[in-house]
Design a protein around this ligand. Structure first.
Ligand SMILES: *Cc1c(COP(=O)(O)O)cnc(C)c1O
Length: 408
């Protein structure tokens, strides 16, 4: 192509521009396919409710235990979103040629529903999960929706299953919500699916925020990355996770809990497993700092827990430490460790909540990170964890804790 042809091109072909076009919702009208509409939700309640197991029993097996109901909604390119349905939990029916089974047209969310110490049922900042799910969906050419509609469907499902599965006599317990969107069109050929299904399920999940002795990380293999600039590490798409299992499994065999994913020739610290990674250290100028990887190059996932930890630290620890989002490398950590400047480290995400890290193993070298008294989290980690937890369980009334009306 002649250089002049490139210069006169008037279309913005950057990934950001392409993505923005996709994510902008079209308002429903006679000519536009139907939008997702939670007010149309139909209820078909189970006639055989299952016995609710206690937490230990529920998490003891090899299969995730879900509650009695789920929400589903199907979409076609011609008609748009169909009527969402709340119905008994059970298997899905898919053709072997379904798009998601071949081309990873799948994205998901993860959030928890909490039984508060005040007896109320809450979810934490669900608007953030709903907005992120729309972003993830558009990244893999699945249909978009108004995030508020997804949020309402989540609340409706929790309102039905919450009273029995998170009973008031079990304050301090939680269940895990997994909204999922899959391409279902049964046609092979690499193309954006013209049929899709959204579903929301509620499950048990073990508590993972305090492994004995703290979480131990192993850095990623020298020749492997989780995500790359220009890729899709910022989206919660299934395609990000399958390929990470090999390194994780190897690290587990060698006694570590998760991979600390490094990126680039300098070994930038990005994420710990599927959670965001934080370090509390003393900078060379003596100032105390909470540091984590930045979002701007779209390498890492914009965690709701991450954002909440940063917001609360900025608001409540302002005099005590500086909060920084920037690239920093494993060499900087090794240097800081040698100089005795590392104070604490933690991983943050819905599944692991706020989990103290006690060790990072990098190419034959150990970075041992201080923990609090008796193997508990360090001071900054404990404070942040306490604040976030208080909002989740209603010990602090806060706009991030969304109370769910229960159908009893
Ligand atoms: C889900 C996830 C997180 C944590 O996000 P939260 O919104 O805090 O649960 C972090 N990193 C990755 C790669 C994830 O998939």
């Amino acid at each position: 192509m002649a250089p002049s042809a490139v210069q006169t091109q008037d279309v913005d072909l950057t990934a950001a521009a392409v993505h923005q076009k996709d994510i902008t919702p079209t308002l429903p009208s006679a000519s536009n396919p139907a939008a997702l509409d939670a007010s149309k939700l139909t209820y078909t309640l189970t006639t055989s409710p299952r016995a609710v197991p206690d937490e230990a029993t529920a998490n003891a097996g090899t299969e995730t235990i879900c509650t009695d109901h789920m929400v589903t909604a199907t979409w076609t390119a011609d008609a748009g979103w169909g009527t969402p349905e709340l119905k008994p939990y059970g298997p899905l029916s898919l053709m072997p040629t379904a798009s998601c089974l071949h081309y990873a047209t799948e994205c998901f969310e993860g959030l928890k529903v909490f039984r508060g110490f005040d007896g109320k049922l809450r979810i934490f900042r669900p608007n953030k999960n709903a907005a992120r799910m729309r972003m993830s969906a558009s990244r893999i050419s699945l249909p978009v929706f108004e995030p508020e509609e997804l949020e309402k469907l989540i609340i409706a499902l929790c309102g039905v299953d919450g009273p029995r599965w998170l009973p008031k006599d079990r304050p301090g317990s939680f269940l895990y919500l997994r909204p999922t969107l899959i391409g279902t069109q049964s046609q092979l050929g690499v193309q954006a699916p013209k049929e899709a299904m959204l579903y929301i399920i509620v499950s048990f999940m073990p508590r993972m925020d305090s492994p004995v002795g703290g979480m131990r990380l192993h850095t990623s293999p020298e020749d492997m990355v989780r995500a790359w600039v220009g890729g899709f590490g910022y989206a919660k798409v299934g395609a990000n996770y399958g390929p990470s299992l090999m390194a994780t499994q190897d690290a587990r065999r060698r006694g570590f809990h998760q991979i600390l994913w490094l990126y680039g020739p300098q070994g930038e610290c990005t994420e710990a497993g599927a959670s965001n990674f934080f370090v509390v250290w003393k900078r060379k100028d003596g100032k105390k700092e909470l540091i984590t990887a930045p979002l701007d190059d779209k390498l890492i996932l914009d965690g709701v827990t991450r954002a909440s930890c940063l917001d609360l630290a900025r608001e409540r620890l302002a005099g005590e430490l500086e909060v920084t989002e920037r690239k920093y490398t494993i060499s900087e950590l090794i240097e800081a460790d040698a100089e005795g400047r590392i104070l604490e480290s933690f991983a943050a995400g819905t599944a692991y909540f706020v989990c103290p890290i006690s060790q990072i193993h990098h190419r034959g070298q150990d970075i041992n990170i201080p923990m609090g008294a008796e193997g508990a989290a360090g001071e900054v980690t404990s404070k942040i964890k306490g604040w976030v937890g208080d909002i989740m369980y209603g010990r602090e009334q806060h706009e991030w804790g969304v109370v769910i009306p229960e159908r009893e």
